[in-house]
Design a protein around this ligand. Structure first.
Ligand SMILES: Nc1ncnc2c1ncn2[C@@H]1O[C@H](COP(=O)(O)OP(=O)(O)OP(=O)(O)O)[C@@H](O)[C@H]1O
Length: 319
């Protein structure tokens, strides 16, 4: 579903600050340091960042589980301070941890959750939701008998009982095998095609690249990138040439035109260069100019992983 510039954002975050107060011996922590961004309606929006970057704090703020220190958050146009009820009704959160009472069946889990949200019995969509997450045949099984992947799908259905327009998934595929991960992504894609705006956090860059329309990167509580996925990938202008030389190298072959040069084997160096400024041939000429013969060569493009590493390796600000 495309969004246009005049469509109001699904989520609007401005100058969000969260400082955890010191407790006992633990010092206070500035977990979110003035974060501002919009999640456009209808998109799949990826929130990436290394461990401890502040992603869970941000999501828990949206969920009403963390009290922000300052700043403002609107969900589907509803301010989380002044319009709590509508803000909460507009968002479904899928937590990282799987927590169910093992003695309830999937149908009961959804029914109880709908009760908590005050969804009238006549408007409950238990079977429809179970079908959407491909669990209709497990409606009356004990939750404890479900596989890990089924439990995660049930968590997604649970977050959708009140039909929120925005669904947030906190690391939905952490610790999930490749096949299950694919299934979960497909499910997220289906919900999005049905009109749900999706926000997800993940450590899997490749999947963020595949699934998300837009990616924001957060590091040390600050937003360091927020771009359409394609643009972010295009930032990976770095190319790497791996050269096997005719003799051993004990120090990397340096030249001011190289972005980086490292020894990666007894006779091997890996040289990074800006592909908009020079070619692999020019890199090789410069190495040959230093008296080396080149025995073998291979190249690779930087990917989102490299962009991520470059962006997140910037120096930490004081907390
Ligand atoms: N209740 C708390 N009290 C004090 N500090 C906290 C609390 N919760 C989180 N923090 C700190 O705030 C920072 C951000 O944590 P947060 O859990 O938001 O990061 P994250 O990006 O979600 O990391 P991960 O990917 O590991 O879940 C971390 O330094 C963390 O130690």
């Amino acid at each position: 579903m495309a969004s246009t510039d005049d469509t109001p954002p699904a989520i609007r975050i401005r100058d969000l600050v969260k400082r955890y107060a010191p407790t006992g011996k633990a010092p206070g922590k500035l977990a979110l340091d003035g974060v501002s961004f919009d999640v456009p309606q209808g998109q799949i929006f990826g929130l990436l960042g290394p461990n401890g970057a502040g992603k869970s704090t941000l999501i828990n703020t949206l969920a009403g589980l963390v009290m922000k220190t300052s700043g403002s958050v609107e969900i589907w146009g509803h301010d989380i301070d002044h319009d709590v009820r509508n803000a909460k009704a507009s968002i479904g959160i899928v937590p990282q941890e799987i927590v169910f009472d093992p003695f309830f069946t999937p149908a009961e889990v959804l029914d109880n959750q709908a009760g908590l949200y005050g969804v009238p019995k006549a408007m409950r969509r238990t079977m429809e939701l179970l079908r959407a997450v491909h669990l209709a045949d497990k409606a009356d099984a004990y939750a404890r008998s479900l596989s890990g992947g089924m439990k995660r799908r049930l968590l997604i259905a649970k977050a959708m009982v009140h039909a929120p327009p925005v669904l947030v998934l906190d690391e939905p595929t952490a610790g999930v095998d490749v096949e299950l991960r694919r299934q979960l992504w497909e499910l997220v894609g289906e919900l999005n095609r049905d009109g749900v705006t999706v926000v997800l956090t993940t450590h899997y860059l490749e999947e963020a690249e595949e699934l998300c329309d837009r990616i924001a990167i957060i590091n040390h509580g600050k937003l360091i990138a927020n771009k359409p996925t394609r643009e972010l990938v295009d930032m990976a202008r770095e190319k790497i040439v791996v050269l096997t030389l005719d003799r051993s190298v004990d120090a990397a072959v340096q030249h001011p035109a190289f972005l980086k040069s490292v020894v990666s084997g007894e006779r091997q160096v890996e040289i990074s260069y800006d592909k908009d400024r020079m070619t692999a041939g020019e890199v090789m000429s410069l190495v040959q100019g230093q008296g080396f013969a080149i025995v073998d060569v291979s190249t690779r493009e930087a990917d989102l992983e490299d962009v991520f590493v470059t962006l997140t390796s910037q120096p930490k600000e004081a907390a």
